[in-house]
Design a protein. Structure first.
Length: 490
């Protein structure tokens, strides 16, 4: 979820890749049923979809795709051979198309999806396609409400640095891996497993991790019991010769694992865990700890590139899964020390005129809280501006009170309009950002509503002072503010 990462790539060795799925050394394609297949991805600009596109290209598929706007990984995919169209229309699907893959955000009335079904072209969801890819390797799937991207990226980084050459799909960019996906020659595939729309039930994990479970995606779940049931079904995908690595201190995780047949290893800070983080200390937000396995010393950990106490558990899970892949403890420890995180996880965008600009993907109350705590541990004495863009009207409405209590560590809070995605017009009319601002005020906080991103950028430029921190947060396009602030303050 959070780290203050450098904004430039760091190449530690020749296994760092330079684009989505592309490494500096020659690549040998592994056998794949997708070779020479024409596969079209609707919504290819999403993090997971872009990563899947990179994997399919390296599997030998002929990939095309479309999205409503340009996206960060577009050039890298095009350089690898993908044909990408901005805008969605029936003509984007070639006459010889063999398969159409669409993201969970694509509606059934999407013109390309309608055209594919009209032409009787097989259509599958992103998660179904990812599941098919997983069946070609030993699958490692990381699930949970928070921390999936960082933990998935960290596990991929450990295995790649150790020479195991995994295939991986992360729902975020990872500079030390050169992107969000890669296809390797090794036996392992590592994927981020998302519970939205129960999509992770299409995966095929041999090893699975459940980091935590909280209420989220309440536009497709009726409540926490339904969410727990979905995670129970996910854990049940793991075979008897696999393992589920589960948060032993999360009551919802414990409830979800009732009656699951696969072996279970627990992790946490307390006694009795299979994997226990103990002797936990930090210096300016960088954590160190000792990791025990079944009560015996396993390794000493330093997280020099990650910030926040929650990263201790993310690192613990990545260690447990890397151990299952036969990585030596010393190699795990070195990778944990040097990992700098995934994009938009407390990413440092720059410091201009004494103003530090950070950007984070956090869009759930718990993510907001741990992110702000990590910033305060790292830089306790600087004034903290938070620009939070709520993501979805439904999430904002269902979690309104939790959001209102999440910003206590911010000195100034600026909130634009809610980022509209997936919700119905009825839900859109039910709540707005001004409702969140009022609720923050009712909790004694300082919050200002400025509807447009450009309004907030101008306000910050006019009022920010040297020594301040500006943190943009949200799963929408709020990152544009941080980029524009870097440009304008320069």
């Amino acid at each position: 979820m959070t780290q203050i990462a450098n904004s430039v790539p760091t190449a530690h060795d020749d296994r760092v890749i330079t684009a989505i799925g592309e490494r500096r050394r020659p690549h040998q394609h592994w056998s794949s049923p997708f070779a020479a297949k024409r596969i079209h991805l609707i919504g290819i600009g999403g993090c997971g979809m872009a990563s899947l596109g990179g994997v399919l290209l390296r599997c030998g598929a002929i990939v095309s795709g479309s999205d409503l706007r340009e996206f960060g990984d577009q050039s890298a995919l095009e350089e690898m051979g993908a044909t990408i169209r901005i805008g969605q229309a029936p003509v984007n699907i070639s006459k010889a198309c063999d398969l159409v893959v669409y993201s969970a955000a694509i509606r059934q009335d999407n013109p390309e999806l309608v055209e594919a079904k009209k032409r009787v072209i097989p259509c599958v969801k992103y998660s179904e396609m990812l599941g098919q890819v997983m069946r070609l390797r030993a699958g490692h799937a990381i699930a949970g409400t928070h921390g999936k991207s960082t933990t998935t990226a960290l596990l991929a980084y450990i295995l790649r640095r150790s020479g195991l050459d995994p295939t991986f799909v992360v729902g975020a960019g990872v500079r030390q891996l050169g992107g969000g996906s890669g296809v390797g020659d090794g036996p392992d595939i590592i994927v981020e497993a998302c519970e939205f729309d129960r999509s992770f039930l299409n995966l095929a994990p041999k090893y699975a991790a459940i980091l935590n479970i909280e209420e989220d995606h309440l536009d497709c779940f009726d409540g926490i019991e339904a969410i727990n049931e979905a995670f129970r079904s996910f854990a049940s995908l793991v075979p008897a010769d696999g393992v589920v690595i589960a948060n032993g201190e999360d009551r919802n995780v414990s409830a979800a694992l009732e009656s699951v047949g696969a072996p279970i290893e627990t992790f946490g800070f307390g006694d009795g865990m299979t994997w226990q983080a103990t002797n936990v200390t930090h210096e300016e937000g960088r954590y160190r700890f000792t990791l025990l396995k079944n009560g015996a010393h396993f390794l000493d950990v330093r997280l020099d590139g990650l910030y926040g106490r929650h990263q201790v558990l993310n690192a613990t899970v990545a260690t447990a899964m890397a151990h299952r892949a036969s990585v030596e403890p010393s190699a795990i420890a070195e990778a944990l020390r040097t990992f700098e995180g995934a994009d938009r996880r407390l990413t440092r965008k720059g410091e201009i005129g004494g103003v530090l600009i950070l950007d984070d993907y956090g869009h759930h109350p718990t993510e907001v809280q741990v992110t702000l705590r990590a910033v305060r541990e790292r830089l306790p004495d600087r004034r903290l501006w938070v620009v939070f863009q709520p993501h979805q009207h439904s999430r904002t409405r269902f979690l309104l009170n939790d959001f209102a209590r999440s910003f206590g560590l911010a000195d100034r809070l600026l909130i634009p309009d809610i980022y509209f995605v997936r919700d119905s017009e009825k839900m859109r009319d039910a709540i707005c950002s001004e409702d969140l601002v009022k609720r923050v005020h009712a909790n004694g906080g300082d919050a200002t509503y400025l509807p447009k991103l450009e309004d907030i950028t101008q306000y910050v430029v006019e009022n920010v002072q040297p020594g301040d921190i500006v943190l943009t947060m949200g799963a929408g396009d709020v990152w544009k503010i941080s980029d524009e602030l870097v440009r304008r303050l320069s």
